[in-house]
Ligand binder design. Structure first.
Ligand code: BEZ
Ligand code: FE
Length: 289
């Protein structure tokens, strides 16, 4: 007579089936993945129907990935998984700047811009002068660092959401820090926006009574020889969603006060009629591992 399958021996058998995995890290991951997945199914007593719903859901998530639309990253983000991966891989040492999610709207090798450039390229919004400096842990400037900046427009959309080909870049650019480690440019004040919610991730948020909002922020990716690369945001203080970011990306050290200025003597030789905001921040990079 064949022995009856129990959850224990199925789990043990499934784990054992991977025991010849030559790569020890892959073996470690598969062993833990099977154990946790089986434990989850037993824990919630998943029905056949719920299992089928989950398979159909993940299939929809896969079908929703194309070009700049990466629904699997979005799913990881709203489940908090992206920020757990960030937390265990970026334990900010000392005064080094904390990291946060990359998000789905990063574009590799964005167009280069000169110091003082206006990355808004005509986009509507309150002008904002961004004045940043990249330092090492001793406070010395890091010259020649690559600083990629990207943000949404006044309607809460990224350029890649308006132009899926990614050829019409706006509110994004690549700068190189000067001898003082500085990057300065003009942009517009970012706004809180909704993550894409017209797909399966939006359906999950709706079914669970969650909102899709992220607080206003600007993204930075900083790469410098000999230093740990930094992927982070700066969040605008006072935003209503700082305590309820849909993707759990907010860290208090990344919240900045924008200062308010009148136009006449705007930095970078620009004539601004009316008021503008200023954002100042010092990024501190740790040494490469
Ligand atoms: C973003 O900030 O661009 C973003 C991050 C996670 C999910 C969606 C958008
Ligand atoms: Fe963003």
């Amino acid at each position: 007579m064949t022995a009856m399958a129990t959850t224990h021996n199925i789990t043990d058998a499934a784990i054992a089936s991977f025991s010849a995995t030559p790569n020890p890290r892959l073996w470690e991951i598969m062993e833990s993945l099977v154990r946790h997945l089986h434990g989850f199914v037993v824990d919630v007593e998943l029905s056949q129907e719920e299992w089928a719903t989950a398979i159909a859901y993940l299939t929809r998530v896969g079908h929703s990935c194309e070009g700049a639309r990466q629904e699997f990253i979005l799913l990881s983000d709203v489940l908090g998984v992206s920020m757990v991966v960030d937390a265990i891989n970026h334990d900010a040492e000392g005064d080094t700047t904390e990291s946060t999610v990359l998000g789905p709207f990063y574009v590799d090798n964005p167009k280069a811009a000169a110091q003082g450039a206006d990355i808004a390229a005509g986009a509507a919004g309150t002008p904002m002068w961004i004045d940043t400096q990249v330092l090492d842990a001793s406070g010395a400037p890091i010259a020649g660092a690559t600083v990629d900046v990207w943000q949404c427009d006044e309607e809460g959309l990224y350029d890649v959401q308006r132009d899926l080909s990614g050829t019409e870049q706006a509110l994004r650019a690549r700068f190189v820090t000067d001898e003082e480690g500085r990057v300065r440019c003009w942009s517009v004040v970012p706004v809180a926006y909704q993550i894409p919610s017209d797909g399966p991730v939006g359906d999950l948020l709706a079914a669970t009574g969650r909102h899709p909002w992220r607080p206003a922020h600007i993204h930075f990716k900083i790469v410098a020889d000999g230093y740990a690369s930094l992927v982070s945001h700066l969040f605008v203080s006072g935003d209503a969603y700082l305590d309820g970011d849909a993707v759990f990306g907010v860290k208090s050290s990344l919240i900045v006060d924008l200062t308010d200025h009148a136009g006449e003597q705007a930095p970078g030789g620009r004539a601004v009629s009316g008021r503008y905001k200023q954002l100042e921040y010092r990024f501190v990079l740790g040494k490469a591992a």
